[in-house]
Design a protein around this ligand. Structure first.
Ligand SMILES: Cc1cc2nc3c(=O)[nH]c(=O)nc-3n(C[C@H](O)[C@H](O)[C@H](O)COP(=O)(O)OP(=O)(O)OC[C@H]3O[C@@H](n4cnc5c(N)ncnc54)[C@H](O)[C@@H]3O)c2cc1C
Length: 468
């Protein structure tokens, strides 16, 4: 009885479920000579690919090269939960704390961005199981404070902004999805979609190539340097001589050293079950197939896949000393065991279900929990990063603004404090590691007791924090 959550993960493959797909594209060659272009994009996740696509859509004559250290979509963009959330700010509560005067415009820009992603998926014929289901933020007894008040605040604010939101009391929530832990929920009807993340990133790769973007894989940028009025991007076997460079390297070691102060790489873990049988599905309801998430400091996110598996992830995010990013850190059995235990506490009626795949990936956490931008090398280099685990949709916005900055365009977005400001930096090691561990411990205590301790209140005053 006690070990059932361990039995459920015993046979799972430690590999992203989304990569088990016959439609995975062939790899591209690496770069073995010196090439020139107008714009070189470093990083082939959503941010880099959207930058490439939008750059060609704006100006088809612009010569664009994209390079990736591994394969396009091999990092977060190919292995995430597939929640496409319109929020640019990691939720409205964070927008209210950090950009109180811009909440309305940021929500509007976020929704527009989501609609534009939907339009692009259609335009480029990207078969990524797009489902505009909306999202339910769940209040549950999983934690002593079920966070009902916080959710009600979000509901009131979103309603005031004219969004199509619905408050679900215990009964209405249970009518959507059955779990003995649910006491309420906030259904955001229009602001969320679900996708197969790998199929989206592969589809964006194909779209970029169809527009004439040259993509090199297994091609790590080892350094960048000024080169006349442009920039030289050095790779192990070649070089790119570019007019401008866009950095879309997310949580990986930044090519501009100072960016190390602003982001920390954090590992997030998730898993999927085997496909549910019709009677197992019946036992949980979930006819609306919405993306679900609870909202404590340490939260779970979960959803149905196209073939009715449940993807279940989050909660136990990890920072490793000195910004470590390594493939072996994508595997963490203790986190998967904890997630499995929480899964059966949430859905006890699914006893006997087993997980088929479990994996992890790295996200780029910054102290404001949402994307920021900047420039280097006298404006030749631009970057967008810091999505903190909610980047599937906002990476397109990150790319669009990065391109505005490259092109010197002034828009409604570039006029905002959100675009113009930066997060507070993290301290250097060992203070960074100690501070993060103290914060994670304090957030866990808050989730358990409902009380915010002195350390967290101090961080609140400084505008610092921790999220995933
Ligand atoms: C397990 C997990 C679940 C998640 N779930 C969700 C979710 O459901 N919804 C959501 O909104 N967000 C989610 N996220 C976050 C989301 O996936 C990311 O915010 C988003 O994919 C970031 O895209 P990106 O292109 O900026 O970064 P990435 O996808 O990380 O791409 C960066 C690329 O840069 C390349 N690179 C790095 N350095 C170099 C270099 N020097 N030279 C060349 N290439 C380089 C890397 O190889 C990589 O391919 C999740 C993340 C993880 C890990």
């Amino acid at each position: 009885m006690e070990e059932r959550h361990l039995d459920a993960i015993a046979d799972a493959d430690t590999y992203p479920y989304w990569y088990e797909d016959v439609d995975e594209p062939d790899s591209n060659p690496t770069l073995v000579r010196t090439e020139s272009c107008d714009l070189c994009i470093v990083g082939g996740g959503y941010t880099g690919l959207w930058t490439a696509i939008l750059a060609k859509e704006r100006d088809p004559s612009r010569d664009v090269i994209l390079i990736d250290a591994h394969e396009v979509g091999s990092a977060a963009s190919g292995r995430n939960g597939g929640f496409v959330d319109s929020s640019l700010t990691h939720g409205i509560a964070n927008a209210q704390t950090r950009f109180p005067d811009e909440v309305g415009v940021l929500e509007e820009l976020g929704l527009k961005n989501l609609n534009e992603i939907e339009a692009a998926v259609k335009k480029y014929n990207i078969d990524c199981d797009w489902e505009r289901t909306g999202t339910i933020d769940v209040a549950s007894t999983f934690h002593p404070s079920s966070y009902v008040d916080e959710l009600r605040d979000d509901y009131a604010h979103l309603r005031k902004l004219g969004q199509r939101v619905e408050w679900l009391d215990r009964e209405a929530m249970q009518a959507q999805v059955h779990s003995p832990t649910y006491v309420g929920g906030l259904w955001r009807h229009d602001t969320g979609a679900l996708i197969d993340p790998a199929r989206l990133v592969w589809g964006l790769k194909a779209a970029a190539e169809s527009l004439g973007v040259r993509i090199y894989e297994d091609c790590k940028a080892t350094s960048i340097e000024r080169d006349g009025v442009g920039v030289m991007v050095n790779t192990p076997l070649g070089r790119v001589r570019a007019g401008k460079v866009a950095l879309a390297t997310n949580a990986f070691k930044p090519l501009l050293k100072r960016l190390n102060n602003y982001i920390v790489p954090v590992y997030d873990y998730c898993m999927v079950t085997e496909p549910l049988t019709p009677s197992q599905l019946e036992s949980i309801g979930w006819k609306g197939r919405q993306g679900l998430s609870d909202i404590p400091n340490q939260f779970h996110y979960y959803r149905l896949t196209e073939d009715n598996r449940i993807l279940w992830g989050g909660y136990d995010t990890m920072y490793y000393f000195n910004n470590r990013v390594r493939q072996e850190l994508e595997s963490r059995p203790e986190s998967w065991a904890k997630l499995s235990k929480h899964f059966f506490e949430t859905f006890p009626q699914l006893e006997g279900v087993r997980f088929s795949h479990m994996w992890g990936g790295v996200i780029d956490t910054c102290s404001r929990f949402c994307v920021f931008w900047g420039r280097g090398m006298g404006g030749r280099v631009t970057y967008a990063l810091g999505y903190t685990g909610l980047g599937v949709a906002s990476s397109r916005f990150g790319a669009e603004v990065m391109l505005d900055l490259i092109d010197g365009r002034r828009t409604r977005a570039t006029a905002t404090d959100f675009v113009q400001s930066k997060p507070l930096p993290f301290p250097p090691e060992p203070f960074r590691f100690v501070g993060i561990q103290a914060t994670r411990w304090s957030l866990d205590m808050e989730d358990r007791t409902g009380k915010r301790n002195g350390w967290l209140r101090t961080l609140d005053r400084l505008g610092l924090g921790w999220d995933s």
